[in-house]
Design a protein around this ligand. Structure first.
Ligand code: RFL
Ligand code: PHB
Length: 400
């Protein structure tokens, strides 16, 4: 088999890239390790930046998102029983975000891909990348024990943090930057009306909590938990009781509880692999970088990578200009580091680090620094503007 671009992974990065390339007449095949149902079972992001929304529109897959997605003009930060609203729209001169689940985007992209007759190979075992530095890279994989060979011009590694693409880049060529946080997020999804129309990020002495949502009838809530906790340790009732304690009192009284549809624990990590390109292999999204979810940046950084690579590959195939390939890593990484810094900063400011030493400061001193940081950034309009500008997302860079 032969294609122009082999895409590894049918998560949002791979599917969005595939759709955009196909709209430009660039042939691509996606190779995915698990089933489509399994991909759709992962409950993850919910907040989309304008740049992401625009890219989904450009891919021609925005019909349901534009109908069902909710535009959010602000969100809240709660601490010491105070609530401060970050009025994104006013502070940025008109920018907003959209609340529409990653699962829904993924589903829309999968359906559009099937309708366009584009090929996705699911349940591919032992996916291996070959000769990525040569002009004739290829991918091999097994289906039911039978080996297949896919020849291509370029490979997009969209296979997430645990994928094979990053590992294909020799260790002496890549530099990895990592910080692992000493806690995780326990998330619960339920068909209950959200406790607030807008997201509330809560700093509390018992630990961080986030009230998010998917729609007017579906809530997504999170609490900070010790890394040693297992999801089996938390009954729904335990979750609701703890979550309620961490909400501001006037919000907690409106909380509607119900059975969970999904419950899982995610570890928190900052991670970047440099460079993001090696020969004719490009890393995209979680394959190259991870952020803690506190800034809602993971999927959005994946989208800016997709945008940069899409523009580059379009120029390569349509204008036969290969010189722009070398720009990918630099363009993508500049925006990635902004998102990494913002997510790290929000995580530090809003979580409870009691009993944990961090950045060389003992936990009490660190807590004081962060409390002051939060007080300053919420107490002054200049501070709120800094938060708003990065939450809605920095602009995408154009190619030279
Ligand atoms: P994905 O989604 O991990 O998809 C990678 C795909 O590659 C497949 N794969 C392989 N395929 C072939 N061969 C192999 N060897 C393979 N190994 C893996 C996998 O099966 C999978 O289908 O990466 P992608 O596409 O780059 O997308 C990234 C996003 O999923 C991620 O950044 C976000 O979910 C992060 N995130 C959030 N991002 C936001 O922008 N806003 C949010 O509000 C937000 N909330 C979150 C989040 C992530 C969370 N968790 C659980 C980590 C909330 C949570 C709780
Ligand atoms: C979510 O709704 O899943 C969500 C929202 C905002 C975040 C993280 C997760 O910062």
């Amino acid at each position: 088999m032969k294609t122009q671009v082999a895409i590894i992974g049918a998560g949002p990065s791979g599917l969005l890239l595939g759709q955009l390339l196909a709209r430009q007449g660039i042939d691509n095949i996606i190779v995915e390790r698990v089933t489509g149902e399994y991909v759709l079972g992962r409950i993850r992001a919910g907040v989309l930046e304008q740049g992401f929304v625009d890219l989904v529109r450009e891919a021609g897959v925005s019909e349901r998102m534009d109908r069902e997605g909710e535009i959010h003009e602000g969100f809240e930060l709660a601490f010491n029983n105070r609530r401060v609203r970050i009025d994104m729209k006013q502070l940025t001169g008109g920018d907003t975000v959209m609340v529409y689940g990653q699962t829904e985007i993924t589903k829309d992209l999968m359906e559009a891909r099937a309708a366009a007759g584009l090929q996705t190979i699911y349940q591919a075992d032992n996916v291996t990348l070959h000769d990525v530095k040569s002009k004739t890279p290829s991918v091999t994989y097994e289906i039911n024990g039978v080996k297949h060979h896919l020849e291509c011009d370029y490979i997009a590694g969209c296979d997430g943090f645990h994928g094979v693409s990053r590992q294909t880049i020799p260790q002496d060529v890549r530099t990895e930057y990592e910080r692992i946080y000493p806690f995780g997020w326990l998330g619960l999804l339920s068909d209950t009306p959200p406790v607030s129309k807008e997201l509330i990020y809560c700093k509390h002495e018992r630990g961080f909590a986030l009230a998010s949502l998917r729609s007017a009838s579906r809530s997504r809530y999170y609490i900070q938990v010790p890394l040693s906790d297992k999801v089996e340790d938390w009954s729904d009732d335990d979750f609701w009781a703890e979550f309620k304690k961490r909400l501001p009192a006037n919000t907690a009284k409106n909380l509607v509880t119900g059975p969970s549809i999904e419950k899982s624990i995610a570890p928190l990590r900052s991670f970047v692999c440099e460079p993001m390109q090696y020969g004719n292999l490009f890393l995209v999204g979680d394959a190259a970088h991870i952020v803690p979810p506190t800034g809602a940046k993971g999927l959005n950084l994946a989208a800016s990578d997709v945008s940069a690579l899409y523009k580059i590959l379009t120029r390569v195939f349509k204008e036969n200009d290969k010189s722009c390939i070398a720009q990918y890593s630099e363009i993508a990484l500049r925006r990635v580091w902004h998102g990494e810094r913002f997510s790290w900063w929000m995580t530090n400011m809003l979580h409870n680090f009691e009993g944990l030493s961090i950045n060389g400061a003992d936990d009490r001193t660190f807590e004081k620094f962060m409390a002051s940081e939060l007080d300053y950034y919420t107490g002054y309009e200049a501070g709120r503007r800094v938060i708003a500008q990065q939450y809605v997302g920095l602009p995408y860079e154009e190619l030279e």
